[in-house]
Design a protein around this ligand. Sequence first.
Ligand SMILES: [Zn+2]
Ligand SMILES: [Zn+2]
Length: 300
Amino acid sequence: MIAVTILGNNSAIPAYDRHPTAQVVTVNDNMFLVDCGEGTQMQLSRYRIRRSRISHIFISHLHGDHYYGLAGLINSFGLWGREHDLHLYGPEMLKEIIDLQMKAGGVQLPFKLIFHVLGEDGVLVDLKRTEVSCFKVQHRVACWGFLFREKRNPRKLDMDNILAAGIPSSYYEKLQQGEDYTHKDGTIVKNESVTHAAPKGKSYAFCADTIYDESLAGKVKGVDMIYHETTYLHNLEERAASRFHSTTLQAGQIAKLAGAEKLLIGHFSSKYEKLDAFLEETASVFPNVELALEGVTYTA
Ligand SMILES: [Zn+2]
Ligand SMILES: [Zn+2]
């Protein structure tokens, strides 16, 4: 299961008690932070998230509403006595920014902060049951989205059939990986006859800040849940394009083209107090849509 807890859903400026972008993505035993707008550590406390479990932080781009909370959070990790490694993924200049902020304050972190520069599309993190990759999106500055995937679970053993076929227990792991078994006399036991397929792993794509770009749908094809920004309502389509942002109908269209199961929308402009129209407009294109509301956890 993949769970996404929204900590911030606003764009640019905090408004109407909405915070700039941040979300916690939990995949199996792994907890990731995606973007870290101002106020993120306060939001982590408010929603009682065990921040020490965060192992990797991904920063999509260097507009302030996506990372101005990062230096504060890293500093606090030090004060809370964190000892285990923290992996940070972001655009190249982020390392310089954080290093300077730590240096200026004479901060000596008690844990290892390992910085990874985002580049070409591809896998960033490959853990036992979870994989995270990045993909470029079209924005005013270099910007990346992130794709979280549960790896395929091992096949389930059908013990009755396995015992009847006389397969030794030393071979069970290979059966779980889908291999056939060959007896000494050359007869083959087909894998499907002694195992059952495990449920498919879930996936979640965070598409960051982006202009309407149909090629994005190809990068996140068949994803279970997609987060796409809707900075503006449909009537401000021109403004959205000029600022490299998207509208409600455009987010719905990308989710549809991607063949996603569920769409989450966020990054609302601070010019809007009420969000109902975002939901209504997007649902006219893609019915299975939800507003990304702070403090709420959505599952894929
Ligand atoms: Zn933004
Ligand atoms: Zn931006």
